[in-house]
Design a protein around this ligand. Structure first.
Ligand code: GLC
Length: 556
């Protein structure tokens, strides 16, 4: 029998309207002064997270890793990187967060292991055709001596997807060569991940963020198919679900098994899929028989324009209503240019906001010119709008400080493989992963006792937590106020548009009299009647200035 996502107890449905804060552990807080953030650093900042008013924390990978891809190259799924702490630290962190009512979501990376994983080392040591190689995707090459890769497919970060091993075979990796793809047709692989899900659930994980959830099932029948011309990130294939590498229908058999494990727990463990797929394909990942929730990146890809936001919100809510899962919203994460910077750059074509920022990044933030104040003003307005929407919201560490992207990191310090694998054609994602500033000065602005593993710019000081905490006009205080009100006003997952404005104003109400109004235009407009609860910029004379959102309580 199909289950309905709208049923279920409030305890089981905590994720439906949760605010989830993403911690990138290596850049959050460093407890031992080695320059790298760690779990004890997170423990020390639990009061901060509680004061912020979030419902859950999602931790990017903290597993042992060579950090070829920021920790998304996992050596061991059931351990903590000794540089970040220990399993005992994880237990303590989960306990401290739970004490404050904050749930814990762990990042699971099932598409690939790292090349240092015991299984991959075994696979390399074993002869061709051995069952231990079958946990990965090994193939013979083409041509008389097998020296031509099995296909001409290109990896996500550039370069070929195939790497040759000394005995002449090739293995597949959709990302870097240090991230060999697992063979999800192998029962042992499937079982091992079920063990991992139980391992973290038993230790107190409340849910899982599933990395590259649309990549696990692949069609590797020979001859290997050429890739469709469509952007392979989107998984857009014709007919849908038939792309050889992305978003294949069979992937959902895997998540049906995961769901059965989630449901062994009370409350059931939650899941959220990172699936860069066409919106029409998203509900499958968010199905109550699957992971339950999926990231919706449409808002993140929209430009700061009323019509784009309106379209994304309307479509996403309609889709959520059709399928019963709640919508997710996200404006920033560890893979994209921070939204304060995106909105301060000239708008691009429809759905190109993130791509548009890449040339700017490549120019070390010089061209086109970033309007920092405008970007932040819009980012605050966008966040406030997002937090008023039904569904769950994902925040990325540092956005609550109004941080911009650090665009001028010198090439020799870049850690993201995107830079080297693209031959410098893309600068990569380090600029949003620079360690957080906690105090206005110090070697790493309070991140740790020593210097940070990526250099922080001087402008981080005035944006530090300490500098903002008591400033009523600061971004941090706005986030705290908004999250406090959101918790108090939490209501049914519905929204009604309030007509008015000239296409430049998005105004909606939620049950119980909570209204949000955003002015995308260039002229101030009258504020709706009612009490202003929180605003993203200073209001005066009953007007809502340009690039501003306000929450109002009262009748329309
Ligand atoms: C996901 C992660 C990203 C990582 C990639 C490969 O997209 O968010 O950071 O590089 O997967 O694991």
């Amino acid at each position: 029998m199909e289950r309905s996502a709208t049923e279920g107890s409030p305890a089981a449905d905590w994720w439906r309207q949760a605010v989830v804060y993403q911690v990138y552990p290596r850049s959050f807080a460093d407890s031992n002064g080695d320059g790298l953030g760690d779990l004890r650093g997170i423990i020390s900042r639990v009061p901060y997270l509680a004061a912020l008013g979030i419902d859950a924390v999602w931790l990017s990978p903290f597993y042992p890793s060579a950090l070829t891809d920021g920790g998304y190259d996992v050596d061991d799924y059931r351990d903590v990187d000794p540089q970040l702490g220990s399993l005992a630290d994880f237990d303590e962190m989960a306990a401290r967060l739970h004490e404050r009512g904050i749930k814990v979501m762990v990042d699971i990376v099932p598409n690939h292991t790292s090349s240092r994983h015991a299984w991959f080392r075994e696979a390399l040591a074993a002869p061709k055709g051995s069952p231990v190689r079958d946990r990965y995707i090994f193939r013979d090459g083409l041509g008389p001596d097998g020296s031509t890769p099995p296909s001409d497919w290109t990896a996500m970060f550039g370069g070929p997807v195939w790497t040759r091993v000394p005995d002449g075979q090739w293995y597949l990796h959709l990302f870097t060569a240090e991230q060999p793809d697992l063979n999800w047709e192998n029962r042992e692989v499937r079982d091992d991940f079920l063990t991992t899900l139980r391992f973290w659930s038993d230790r107190g994980a409340d849910g899982f963020r599933v990395d590259v959830a649309h990549g696990l099932a692949k069609n590797l029948a020979e001859p290997l198919e050429p890739l469709p011309a469509a952007d392979h990130l989107t998984g857009l294939a014709d007919p849908p679900g038939r792309h050889p590498l992305w978003d294949r229908d069979e992937v959902h058999d895997i998540y049906a098994e995961w769901r059965r494990v989630f449901d062994e727990y009370d409350p059931p463990r939650a899941g959220v899929a990172e699936a860069w797929v066409h919106p029409s394909r998203r509900p499958r990942y968010a199905s109550p028989d699957g992971l339950g929730q999926a990231f919706n990146f449409d808002l993140l890809e929209a430009n700061w324009r009323a019509e784009e936001f309106l379209r994304v919100i309307t479509d996403s809510l309609a889709e959520a209503q059709r399928h019963g899962a709640s919508t997710t919203w996200v404006l920033s994460n560890h893979d994209v240019v921070r939204h304060a910077s995106r909105y301060g750059l000239p708008a691009g074509d429809h759905r190109m906001s993130t791509l548009n920022a890449k040339p700017w990044l490549l120019s070390n933030g010089t061209s086109p010119e970033l309007d920092r104040a405008l970007g932040l003003r819009r980012a605050r307005a966008a966040t406030l709008l997002m937090l008023a929407l039904p569904g769950s919201a994902y925040l990325y560490q540092g956005e609550e400080l109004g941080l911009h992207e650090v665009a001028d990191l010198p090439a020799e310090l870049l850690q993201d493989p995107v830079f080297s694998r693209s031959g410098g054609a893309e600068k990569g994602r380090d600029g949003c992963r620079v360690p957080l500033p906690w105090s206005p000065d110090g070697l790493s602005f309070g991140f740790g006792a020593g210097a940070a593993h990526l250099p922080q710019p001087a402008w981080f000081g005035p944006l530090s937590v300490q500098a903002q905490e008591h400033d009523p006009a600061s971004t941090l205080v706005m986030y705290r106020q908004a999250l406090g009100w959101r918790r108090r006003l939490r209501t049914a997952e519905s929204l009604e548009w309030v007509p008015g404005g000239d296409g430049q104003v998005l105004h909606f109400s939620r049950p119980g009299g909570w209204q949000s109004v955003t002015n995308f235009g260039s002229l101030a407009v009258p504020l709706p009647h009612g009490t202003v609860l929180v605003a993203s910029a200073l209001l005066a004379d009953g007007q809502l200035p340009p690039d501003t959102t306000a929450w109002i309580l009262g009748s329309q």
